[in-house]
Design a protein around this ligand. Structure first.
Ligand code: FES
Length: 226
């Protein structure tokens, strides 16, 4: 089997995700070589594992019409055995190459998939980082969890665990069953079957100018939970 793995995490609405940008766009955030090797190896293994899970799922569920959903959306988010916190106070948000997210990384209207800076026990936790004008946030948004127009939410759909990978205007769209979430209002559900909002991650800026969490997600990740 080819090592070419569909990358759910990188699938974004065209023109809205800057993750595909060269990591050299993040000045002053280079990591030691051993760090990058760890990151690459860990993520490559995860992608292989996720791909196998996706194929197994397809094999068992081909009669289900919902499988018109793209394979990429079937990717799983976490090591099932891990039950500890995903983020903690001070944990940096990093892109797929392990680069920390500087304040000027996104323009308003853009989004990117980020992760907690890796540490033992944390293998993968895709997080949607969006940036909008600060005054556009309202509704269910925890405003104290936002900074400089940035808000972060779990990328794992609360319906069946697909990656919420698409955008229509300002609305986040889950590709599996068209679940719709409003990032300007706490990622509340505005359409489709998801039973609850995507949990928000409290973030702020470190003194060095990159984004960090100030705690863990405010609610359970993915399906189940309350
Ligand atoms: S997994 Fe069904 S709408 Fe997202």
């Amino acid at each position: 089997m080819s090592d070419e793995i569909p990358d759910a995490i990188n699938q974004q609405y065209p023109g809205t995700d800057s993750q595909t940008e060269c990591c050299c766009d993040s000045p002053g955030v280079s990591q030691p070589t051993i760090y990058q090797d760890f990151w690459r190896n860990t993520r490559a293994e995860l992608h292989r594992r996720d791909y196998a899970k996706g194929l197994a799922t397809i094999g068992g569920l081909t009669a289900i019409s919902s499988l018109v959903a793209p394979l990429a959306g079937l990717s799983q988010a976490f090591n099932p055995g891990y039950s500890g916190p995903v983020y903690e106070d001070g944990i940096a948000l990093v892109d797929g190459d392990g680069n920390r997210i500087q304040e000027d990384r996104l323009d308003e209207g853009e989004q990117i998939t980020v992760f907690p800076e890796p540490r033992p026990g944390i293998e993968d936790a895709p997080t949607l980082l969006v940036r909008f004008p600060e005054d556009d946030y309202g509704g269910e948004t925890d405003l104290e969890f936002t900074v400089s127009g940035y808000a972060a939410f779990s990328k794992v759909c609360t319906h069946a665990g697909c990656m919420v990978a698409n955008r229509e205007g300002t609305t986040l769209v889950c590709p599996c069953h068209s679940g719709l979430f409003a990032p300007l209002s706490g990622a509340t559900v505005v359409g489709g079957p998801p039973p609850r909002a995507l949990p928000q991650l409290p973030i702020t800026l470190a003194s060095e100018g990159y984004l960090i969490a100030t705690g863990d997600f405010e609610g359970a990740i993915g399906p189940g939970g309350g």
